[in-house]
Write a protein that binds this ligand. Sequence first.
Ligand code: GLU
Length: 330
Amino acid sequence: MTAKPNILVIGTGGTIAGRGKAAVNTSAYLCSVLGIDEVLDTIPQALALANLRSEQLLQTGSENFNNEHLLAIGKRVANVLARQDVDGVVITHGTDTIEETAYFLHLTLKSVKPVVVVGSMRPPSAMSSDAALNLYDAIAVAAHPSSRGIGTLVVANSEIHTARDVVKSNSFKLEAFRSPYGALGYVIEGVPRYYRRPSRAHTLDTPWSLDGLAGLPKVDIAYGYGALESDALASIAANARGLIFVGTGNGNVASHLLSTLREAARRGVHVVRASRTGNGIVLRNGTQPDDEYGWLTVDDQVPQKARLLLALALTQGCDTNTLQAAFERY
Ligand code: GLU
C-alpha cells in the first residue's frame, strides 16, 4: 500500500466556517465562526484520503480581503509548499472573492504541488449544506497525483475549476461557480476525473514570485455606465497606477468619459478596457483606438482578476507592450 499524501488545510473563514440559528437558514447566518478543526471534524471520512494537518491563518469573510491578505495567504502557502512533508494544500475560504485569491496563487506560486481553494454556499448548519462534501472533494483533489502541475484549483459542487477561469456567478445557489469554457473535471466518490487542462501559463511559468514582494501597486476598478460622471471617474483614477475600466459590451467607453481616461493615460495611469458582460473578449483597437491612446485591453479576463494580473505585471515594469502581452499569456 502506498503512503497517504500529507495535506495541510488552511482556514481563512467564510460560509464554510459559518453557523446559522436553524437548519432553514441557508442564506442568513454568521460567517467565519467555526475554527478549521471544527469544520474538519465534520468529515472524518477525509482521513482515508490523506494525512491531514490544519492551521487557522485568518478568520474573516473574503469580502474583507485586500492586497495584504492576499500576500499573507500567498506567502504562507509558498512557504509550506516548499516543505518535503507537505504534498498539497487546501485553503478554506469565503466564496465571495475565492476566484481572486485562487488566481493570485495561480500566478505566483512556484510549485507543482496541488493547491485547492474551497468554500461553500451554505454553512455546515444548513439543510443540504455543501460544506462537508465540498471540503471532502477539495481534499480528494489535493491528495491526487493527477492534480499536480495544473495550477491552483477551485472545487465546488462536484466540479474542479482552474483558478484562471472560475467566477462566482450566483449569490445564493449551490451551482454558483462557472468557468466560461467549462470546468476542468469532476470529483465523484472522492476521486477527481479531469477532461481538460489549463492552456494559459501559470505557477512555474510566470515571472512573478512572492519572495521579497512587500506590496502590490495600486490598481483600481471603475464600473462604466452612461450616467457615470467624469469627476467621479477622475477621482478613482487620481492615485492609481493602473485602472481597469469596466466598459459596457465590448469595453465601450461613453463619449463624455473619453477625455478623462485619455488624460489619466497621459499622466501615466495604465488604463485597461474590460467588459461588464462577464464573458467574451475585449478586442484591442476594436471599439477604441487603444494604440493611439496608450490603453490596454483585458483579452477575456474579468475585471477583478485583471486587477491582480496588472498589479503583478507592474511589479516588473510598465512598458505597454509587455503589459498587454501579460493579458494575452496568463
Ligand atoms: N462572507 C462570505 C465570504 O466570505 C460570504 C460568502 C460565502 O462564503 O459563501 O465570502
